[in-house]
Ligand binder design. Structure first.
Ligand SMILES: [Fe+2]
Length: 270
C-alpha cells in the first residue's frame, strides 16, 4: 500500500503565479508527472490542504484541472487558504467524498489501512480547530475498529517551533490529543500548513508534516521575525505501508538528479 501526500499547493488564479512570482501551478504539474512515473504506483494521493492560495473558485478549478492529470485517485482536505464550500463545490465526488455538517470530513477504507480525513479549518482564522461536531464525528469513525488509521488534517495539532503552528494555534488540540491517546491504532497523523517536513511524537503516535509544493519556510526557529518563504523544488511524501506492518515515509524532491548508479566500482577514465 503506497500513499502519496502532497500539500500546500497554493494555486493562483489562471494565468497568474502565486503572489505574482511563485510558479506553484507549474510545480504541481511537475509533481503530478513525477508521481505518475513512480515505479511503484501510489494507490492514492492525499492533498493535505491549502489547495488554493486565496479561497477562489477559479484557483480551485485550476488546481483540479492539474490534479485530474494524476493516473490514480486523489482526495483533498481544506486548509486555511481554502474555502470549504468552494472546495466541496469543485471537488465533490471521488476527490472529496464526504461532508459532515458542512465540514469536509470523510473516511476511506484503503485495504490494510483506513484514512480518516478531518477538516481542521476555522473560518476567518489561520489556525486549526476541532469543534464538538468534528470531535463527535471523529470519535464515531474510530469506535469499534482496530484497523490501523492514518488521520489526515491540515493543521499540526502541536507547536512545531514556527509561527504557523505556535502563533496560529489549534483550538481543541487538547481534546484531539485525548482522543488520539485512547486509540493506539492511529498509526500516523499527516498534516501540512507549516511548509516543512517534520516528525514529532504526540500522544502515542507520530505527527508528520509535509513539505510544500516548492514554497518552504525560511527556517530559523527563533520566531524573532515574521515568516518568510523560499522558492525551492517541489517535494512530496510517499508513505509506504510495508508487508511488515510499518508505515515508512520517504521525502521525494521533484528535480533532476545525477544518476542512478550501481553500487559497483567503475574503471576510471584514462
Ligand atoms: Fe500553506
Amino acid at each position: 500500500m503506497l500513499l502519496a501526500q502532497i500539500s500546500d499547493t497554493h494555486i493562483a488564479p489562471s494565468g497568474r503565479r502565486t503572489y505574482g512570482f511563485v510558479p506553484m501551478a507549474e510545480n504541481l504539474q511537475k509533481c503530478v508527472a513525477h508521481i505518475n512515473t513512480r515505479p511503484l504506483r501510489p494507490d492514492l494521493v492525499v492533498l493535505s490542504g491549502d489547495v488554493t492560495n486565496d479561497f477562489s473558485r477559479n484557483e480551485a478549478l485550476r488546481a483540479k484541472s492539474i490534479l485530474d492529470g494524476l493516473d490514480m485517485p486523489y482526495v483533498v482536505i481544506p486548509g486555511n487558504h481554502d474555502d470549504r464550500d468552494v472546495l466541496y463545490d469543485v471537488f465533490a465526488g471521488p476527490a472529496c467524498p464526504g461532508r459532515v455538517a458542512g465540514f469536509i470530513c470523510y473516511t476511506l477504507d484503503l485495504g490494510p489501512l483506513r484514512l480518516v480525513a478531518l477538516d481542521s479549518t476555522r473560518k476567518g482564522a489561520a489556525g486549526g480547530e476541532l469543534c464538538k461536531t468534528r470531535r463527535d464525528w471523529l470519535e464515531m469513525q474510530l469506535a469499534g475498529n482496530d484497523k490501523p488509521v492514518i488521520l489526515a488534517l491540515h493543521h499540526p495539532p502541536l507547536a512545531c517551533g514556527v509561527p504557523e503552528s505556535d502563533e496560529d494555534g489549534f483550538l481543541g488540540a487538547g481534546e484531539l490529543g485525548e482522543i488520539v491517546a485512547r486509540h493506539s491504532n492511529i498509526e500516523r497523523i499527516l498534516c501540512g500548513h507549516i511548509h516543512l517536513h517534520t516528525h514529532a511524537r504526540w500522544n502515542g503516535t507520530v505527527v508528520t508534516t509535509a513539505p510544500s509544493m516548492g514554497m518552504p519556510l525560511d527556517l530559523d526557529l527563533t520566531q524573532a521575525r515574521p515568516s518568510r518563504f523560499l522558492i525551492d523544488a517541489p517535494a512530496y511524501l510517499l508513505h509506504h505501508w510495508t508487508g511488515a506492518g510499518n508505515l515508512i515515509t520517504h521525502h521525494v524532491r521533484v528535480e533532476t538528479l545525477d544518476g542512478p548508479y550501481e553500487f559497483a566500482d567503475r574503471e576510471e577514465a584514462e
